[in-house]
Design a protein. Structure first.
Length: 388
């Protein structure tokens, strides 16, 4: 990284301190919900008018906010909406780590992507992951001034947004303080989070989840995950692992024991069944399966339909207990669900109550853009003083 540590520290200080909690509250509200007048902020946040006047003046003076065109009213003084300064505001970097690649993105404070980098990953040891994350982050920091924070997401439970407790997908069996290790090298604030939790936060704050007070996310890929937002809050559970396993039961095995979703929906399980039925050779993988699906091979399409129906069963269970406004499907294998046509929705609608038939189904792309963006959003949350 070019420049001295002192220069880097000065840049971080210039963009990384919002000041008092009142300033954070005003900035956070405008960030998430858009332009508002001072009087509206006073009512929404429960702050006094003099406090809002002082806080907004300070934020305007520091180029954090800018005024919009005043709205003339029939009675009283015109409303002068304020909004955050996004173009000249701080930047944030999000990094999504998989077992094969590192996906990095730099965003504005509203999570809008400015540039992306994807690098291959050959070694998943903690030391190798640190180096693999540093490479794109340092490149993006050099290209984009005013970086105020870095977020990193990966598969596995994470404590306090800093310490990775374990990662089955990366082969980590011991705790590793990834945030501290990266901060020592980058001289920037770093937060680390489970990849699904980060992605759901991104959807909730700046993505399609903003339209709903409650929604559930189901992801299907190398791992299976579910995340729920209820009444505007992400449910993490007592151990902060709610939805982070594929253990959700969707049926029974031949021996009568519960069959978890991951046994029929994870990448490994899909490939195992496709090879067992001779649809795929032992040396063939998802790329060949996708080719067969695109070619309308009947057996391959049945694999897609089986995946879609299994996922719909899990979604129906979530809807029964959570009653969300929307179900969002994602993950690298969501294209197989899409290829199954109406199988997912038909199965879902047939399994849920009549009062819940208006649940909305949304499907994300199968790439990792939303995951990397979610990692940037958790850094944005730390910047504005929100822990979850």
């Amino acid at each position: 990284m070019q420049g001295s540590d002192e220069q880097q520290a000065t840049e971080v200080s210039a963009v990384g301190d919002l000041g008092s909690e009142s300033m954070r509250a005003v900035y956070r509200d405008l960030l998430r919900f858009g332009p508002r007048s001072r009087s509206e902020l006073t009512k929404r946040l429960g702050l006094s008018a003099p406090t809002v006047t002082r806080v907004t003046r300070d934020l305007l003076d520091s180029d954090r906010l800018h005024p919009l065109t005043a709205v003339v009213r029939a009675k009283g003084r015109p409303h002068e909406p304020l909004d955050i300064e996004e173009n000249r505001g701080p930047r944030f970097i999000g990094v999504k780590v998989t077992a094969d690649e590192v996906h990095a993105v730099v965003t504005t404070v509203r999570g809008n992507a400015l540039e992306e980098l994807v690098l291959p990953l050959e070694d998943t040891s903690p030391a190798a992951i640190e180096e693999a994350v540093l490479a794109p982050v340092e490149a993006l920091v050099e290209a984009h001034p005013r970086v105020a924070g870095v977020g990193v997401s990966l598969g596995g439970p994470v404590a306090d947004r800093r310490v990775v407790l374990s990662s089955y997908l990366l082969g980590w069996h011991e705790e590793h303080d990834l945030a501290t290790a990266l901060e020592a090298r980058l001289h920037l604030p770093v937060v680390v989070e489970n990849d699904l939790v980060a992605m759901v936060n991104g959807l909730h704050w700046f993505g399609i989840g903003r339209s709903y007070g409650s929604f559930a996310v189901l992801t299907v890929g190398a791992g299976i995950g579910a995340g729920t937002v209820i009444d505007g809050r992400l449910v993490e559970g007592r151990n902060h692992v709610a939805g982070l396993t594929g253990r959700f039961p969707i049926g029974r095995r031949e021996d009568g024991s519960p069959q978890p979703l991951r046994e029929v929906a994870s990448t490994d399980s899909i490939l195992r069944r496709a090879r067992a039925s001779s649809l795929l050779a032992e040396d063939q993988g998802m790329e060949e399966l996708r080719r067969l699906v695109a070619a309308k091979d009947p057996e391959a399409l049945e694999v897609s339909r089986e995946l879609a129906r299994s996922l719909a069963g899990a979604a129906a269970g979530l809807i029964a207990f959570v009653d969300p406004e929307a179900i969002v499907l994602g993950g690298e294998n969501v294209d197989l669900v899409r290829a199954a046509g109406s199988a997912f929705e038909d199965t879902l609608r047939g399994a849920i109550a009549s009062a819940q038939q208006d649940v909305v189904v949304r499907v994300l792309s199968g790439d990792f853009d939303e995951w990397a963006r979610g990692a940037a959003v958790i850094a944005i949350q730390e910047f504005v003083g929100v822990a979850s």
